[in-house]
Design a protein around this ligand. Structure first.
Ligand code: SD4
Length: 332
């Protein structure tokens, strides 16, 4: 049998007498491989709100906070940031209403909480956390998610604001129905170019992983639509022993391939995070879809990577903060 260097294992075997004849350096035990540094605190957040979200989360992590408190606070920051693509006063649906999708995953227990098509409640990630911590359920949707949030003490309020109203008024003047009634994107170029779902992955000083994401989804979506963000393995995924991944882009297609689950499982098999991100998106392209999308991946030792597809002109980036500072990585 030959190994990958073409050396025959049989010819490499030597008897005790042969060993005695070898110089000491040749008989010394090979050094143990350096241990992978684990438990290193980090926070990764996608898109251009990465630096400010990390600036909220990093002092918490550095002060010993848990990764779940950190991810929730960092995403709450983005939900309240005023971005059109996350939180209130953003992306209206086909009838002008803004609805939210979010998910959170806690590494030590692999417990997950999520909300889909959440109406009239801000801070969807916090409602998702309540689903995780207060119930045996994983995903609660629509008006019932709103009722659940009210039971958990959240205030009901309108998610409509000047930005969502203006976008809806402009669109309503030119269209009669959602473009989601159009032909399937497979085999043709995706027209959905603008996105901004926030994804966040943190590992705390205790070595506990948390992954979360939040979005208001796709513009002018059909009422009731739930995207990839609250679907485990689609919008986000993590594994306490491996690392995490978060996705953004055309969730209607991306959720058909569970790209974040795919990337994490590839990393579990030993693939580098960069290669895992690329492979997860390549699977979608290989199936005939040329959509706009991106994925950011981080291994629990802090090694990260990302990939995008169909976004040549879209500056997708992500930011990672550790004790050495914050780095923002443009995704090529
Ligand atoms: C969705 N994936 O609901 C989300 C949208 C998105 O960046 O990522 N925007 O399809």
């Amino acid at each position: 049998m030959a190994d990958d260097k073409g050396i025959s294992r049989r010819s490499f075997a030597v008897g005790a007498a042969g060993l005695a004849a070898l110089p000491a350096a040749a008989t010394a035990k090979p050094p143990k491989p350096a241990p992978i540094p684990i438990g290193k605190p980090f926070i990764l957040t996608t898109w251009n709100f990465g630096p400010s979200a990390n600036a909220v989360g990093w002092p918490m992590l550095a002060g010993g906070a848990s990764s779940i408190d950190t991810v929730e606070a960092a995403i709450n920051h983005v939900e309240e940031f005023g971005d059109y693509w996350v939180g209130a006063d953003g992306v209206p649906n086909e009838v002008g209403e803004t609805t939210l999708d979010a998910m959170i995953l806690w590494g030590p227990t692999h417990d997950i909480g999520a909300v889909g098509c959440l109406k009239r409640v801000r801070r969807a990630i916090s409602v998702a956390r309540k689903v995780m911590e207060e119930t045996q359920h994983t995903l609660i949707v629509g008006d019932d998610a709103t009722r659940f949030a009210a039971r958990m003490g959240f205030t009901e309020t309108s998610l409509t604001g000047p930005k969502s109203q203006a976008a809806f008024a402009k669109w309503a003047a030119t269209h009669s129905k959602s473009d989601a009634f159009g032909p399937e994107p497979r085999g043709q170029s995706d027209t959905l170019r603008a996105h901004d779902t926030v994804g966040c992955i943190a590992l705390d000083a205790a070595g506990n992983l948390c992954v979360g994401c939040s979005t208001n989804g796709r513009e002018f979506k059909i009422p009731g639509r739930v995207g990839d963000s609250p679907i485990p393995g689609a919008g986000a995924y993590g594994d306490q022993a491996v690392g995490g991944a978060v996705a953004t882009g055309n969730g209607d297609v991306m959720m058909r391939f569970l790209p974040t689950y795919h990337a994490v499982e590839l990393m579990r098999g030993g693939m580098h995070p960069q290669a895992a991100a690329e492979a997860a998106l390549r699977r979608i392209a290989d199936a005939g879809y040329s959509i706009g999308g991106g994925i950011a991946v981080i291994r629990r030792d802090g090694v990260h990577g990302a990939a995008k597809t169909g976004w040549d002109e879209v500056p997708f980036d992500y930011s990672v903060q550790t004790a050495s500072g914050n780095v923002t990585v443009p995704v090529a």
